[in-house]
Ligand binder design. Structure first.
Ligand SMILES: Cc1c2[nH]c(c1CCC(=O)O)Cc1[nH]c(c(CCC(=O)O)c1C)Cc1[nH]c(c(CCC(=O)O)c1C)Cc1[nH]c(c(C)c1CCC(=O)O)C2
Length: 354
């Protein structure tokens, strides 16, 4: 091993990567790109290694997690890897009876709706998720200078799965609890904040160099309800990991009206879906934060010309930003042509090279 490849040399190179620089709002050699759900069903090599292995089980096999996490980095040359896991993994790890049903999503056997149900949400310890620590150890060795993003589900989005018992369009049971028993709701979110913070800490201590908090379904709330009933718990998660100095990304869908508050909750980078142009998002978020986004994932089903036009629109809207991480406005759709993603990475890299 030469001096330049020594572990500390590698850490410096990771620190100086375009992705982490953009998160810190420093000048970058090119706009960094990664995709939410970049690992997964859009890749034939993913479908091959996952064959016959249930989703949650695959998250508990460090060698498989390492391989799946590396697949999109190899294929698309993205600027960051995202740890292959799921937002419900820490809940499973503390003993919640749940499964991820193909084509459906997480399904919880006994929903959490009463005070007595809270006892099932015990604290998460690193021992509960040793396979995560092990996988990240393997990954950081393989990734070289490419940063690894750790992640977790935010308290509201986790609560929605737990209270509804599965995916939900209207979140009616969740909102019924939030409006009808604010005290129980606050306790539920506080416990989830502690579990989420513990899960993120495990990932950072194992070597993740950024973290993303997915509050995918929080766009269902009005700003006043978000501020009162959700923001305290999400802010607790961000505070808990502040001292590590790793960038904290905060993402949700349909959050145009919440972008300012989501930044205020404690994020360094605010993720934006495709409904709000990035220059307008920057006005809503205010100074001092980088933005991530925001090409509509469905655009990738269109012609090459349309993809390039829509990509240029995103880059033009981001031109005045201090820090921009290019991403889709939500996850890669499962039937996306992987070559369209590879071309998109190359397009952004060449058209933003400085
Ligand atoms: C809401 C949510 C979940 N999980 C996640 C979120 C937040 C992100 C978002 O808003 O999309 C987060 C997640 N889930 C997965 C990742 C892996 C990393 C990556 O982005 O590449 C990440 C970051 C793997 C996965 N998680 C899941 C898959 C698909 C399962 C499979 O391949 O068999 C993958 C690759 C399962 C899952 N898990 C969940 C859903 C809705 C689904 C899809 C169900 C389906 O359509 O089959 C819950």
């Amino acid at each position: 091993m030469s001096a330049i490849d020594s572990p500390s040399g590698q850490q410096t190179k990771t620190y100086d990567s375009a992705f982490l620089k953009a998160c810190r709002r420093e000048p970058v050699p090119h706009t960094p790109v990664w995709f939410m759900r970049q690992a997964g069903r859009s890749l034939p090599e993913y479908l091959k290694v996952r064959e016959g292995i249930p989703m949650l089980e695959s998250c508990m096999r460090p060698e498989l997690v390492t391989e799946i996490t590396l697949q999109p980095v190899r294929r698309h040359k993205v600027d960051a890897a995202i740890f292959f896991s799921d937002i419900v993994v820490p809940l499973k790890a503390i003993g919640i009876d749940l499964d991820i049903k193909p084509g459906v999503g997480p399904v919880v056997a006994e929903p959490i709706r009463r005070r007595a149900d809270l006892d099932r949400l015990r604290a998460l310890t690193p021992d509960d998720v040793r396979y995560v620590t092990e996988a990240i150890g393997m990954l950081t060795g393989e990734l070289g200078a490419t940063p690894l993003i750790g992640f977790a589900g935010a308290p509201f989005t986790l609560a929605s799965y737990l209270v509804e018992g599965g995916p939900s369009r209207n979140h009616e049971h969740t909102k019924a609890l939030m409006y009808g028993d604010p005290e129980l709701w606050a306790e539920l979110l506080d416990r989830l904040a502690d579990i989420t913070a513990a899960f993120l800490k495990v990932q950072i201590e194992a070597g993740a160099s950024a973290v993303q908090l997915f509050d995918s379904w929080v766009g269902a709330l009005a700003p006043a309800d978000y501020r009162r009933s959700v923001m305290p718990a999400s802010a607790k998660v961000f505070r808990a990991v502040e001292g590590y100095g790793v960038p904290r990304i905060h993402f949700g869908v349909g959050t145009g009206e919440l972008l300012g508050l989501m930044g205020e909750a404690g994020a360094d980078v605010v993720g934006v879906d495709w409904r709000v142009p990035l220059d307008e998002a920057a006005r809503r978020v205010g100074p001092g934060k980088a933005l991530q986004g925001n090409l509509d994932p469905a655009v990738l089903f269109s012609t090459r010309e349309a993809v390039e036009t829509k990509t240029r629109e995103v880059l033009d809207a981001a031109a005045g930003l201090e820090g921009h991480v290019f991403n889709l406005g939500h996850g890669v759709l499962p039937t996306t042509d992987p070559d369209a993603l590879t071309r998109l990475v190359e397009y952004v890299h060449t058209h933003t090279a400085r």
